[in-house]
Design a protein around this ligand. Structure first.
Ligand code: MLT
Length: 310
């Protein structure tokens, strides 16, 4: 019987799918050394975003045939090393779109109305009505970096809030964007025109540090930045610097260069930067869907057939 190691919490429905044909061990406390010590016993490994499936782990996984990622990106898996070893990598790219899009809308409204700050103030015994005066999102320009599965869900919801929507996405056609009520622009134009920029691209060599100090310096004065995609895309020190200098209005971050961020991270403890702990995909619905989608992919790949998202 095949053996599957699950190192992060996935939905029970997904575990049930895996248990149909394999012995499943769920171990949520393995550190790097622990993973290296046991991985050689398993035919498949299932992770979310915290487990780093490096070339070293893959090489130690001498029996591994499948690696499953319960979520959208595969940036925590060395796919090249896996492919070299003939290991199939499967993920669940459709599972989290709505969850991340809804969080993004929540972050837009939180920045516009200072909701987290006002909550903390009142909980702290203060009554500061004037301090938390905000702005309406209606009529503001939202710039989406990436108009794929998640970006287009954000666009759909932002239209209902009467926002003007721009997007930069080199693989989306003008016709498709037009159907979504979105104006396709260059990256330069997007950052110069948008009141709020929201990032919806995977972390790749091409997107790493995409929001560098130079890109941030190009942004419209007083604008806001949201990152609910991946840490590593935004230069956190440059972002904090632009906000502290008053060149930008603020930011909202769900993802960080290192997770959790270090206590002295420039994006922590800044009242103009809203931070949440990588909860974009953390809804009941998205977790059920990510767990079952990845489990079905892993089970299919273990039979030798080609899974839907490989
Ligand atoms: C994703 O890529 O889908 C999420 O980051 C998964 C997660 O929350 O671990």
């Amino acid at each position: 019987m095949d053996r599957i190691l699950v190192t992060e919490k996935i939905a029970e429905e997904g575990l049930d799918v895996l248990r149909r044909n394999a012995q499943v061990d769920v171990n949520l406390t393995l550190d790097k050394a622990g993973l290296l010590a046991v991985i050689g016993e398993y035919d498949a490994l299932v992770v979310r975003s915290a487990t780093k499936v490096t070339a070293e782990v893959i090489e130690a996984g001498t029996k591994l045939r499948v690696i499953g990622r319960a979520g959208t990106g595969v940036d925590n898996i060395d796919v090249e090393a896996a492919t070299r070893q003939g290991i199939v990598v499967v993920n669940a790219p459709a599972s989290n779109n709505v969850a991340v899009a809804e969080l993004t809308i929540g972050l837009i409204l939180s920045m516009a109305r200072n909701i987290p700050q006002a909550h903390a103030s009142l909980q702290g015994g203060k009554w500061e009505r004037t301090k938390f005066s905000g702005w309406e999102v209606r009529g503001k320009t939202l710039g989406l970096v990436g108009l794929g599965r998640i970006g287009s869900e954000v666009a759909h919801r932002a239209r209902a809030m009467e926002m003007t929507i721009l997007a930069f996405d080199p693989v989306v056609s003008f016709d498709r964007a037009e159907q979504m009520g979105v104006e396709l622009v260059t990256m330069d134009e997007l950052v110069q025109r948008a009141d709020i920029v929201s990032i919806h691209v995977p972390l790749t060599d091409g997107t790493r540090n995409l929001f560098s100090a130079a890109r941030i310096a190009q942004m419209k004065p007083g604008s806001f930045l949201i990152n609910a995609s991946r840490g590593g895309i935004v230069d956190e020190a440059a972002l904090a610097e632009a906000i502290n200098a008053g060149r930008m209005g603020g930011a909202a971050l769900d993802v960080f260069n290192s997770e959790p961020p270090a206590a002295d991270s420039p994006v922590l403890g800044n009242p103009k930067i809203i931070t949440v702990p990588h909860i974009g995909a953390s809804t009941a619905e998205a977790q059920t869907s990510a767990g079952t989608e990845v489990a079905e992919g892993v089970a299919t790949a273990l039979t030798g057939a080609t899974p839907r998202y490989a």
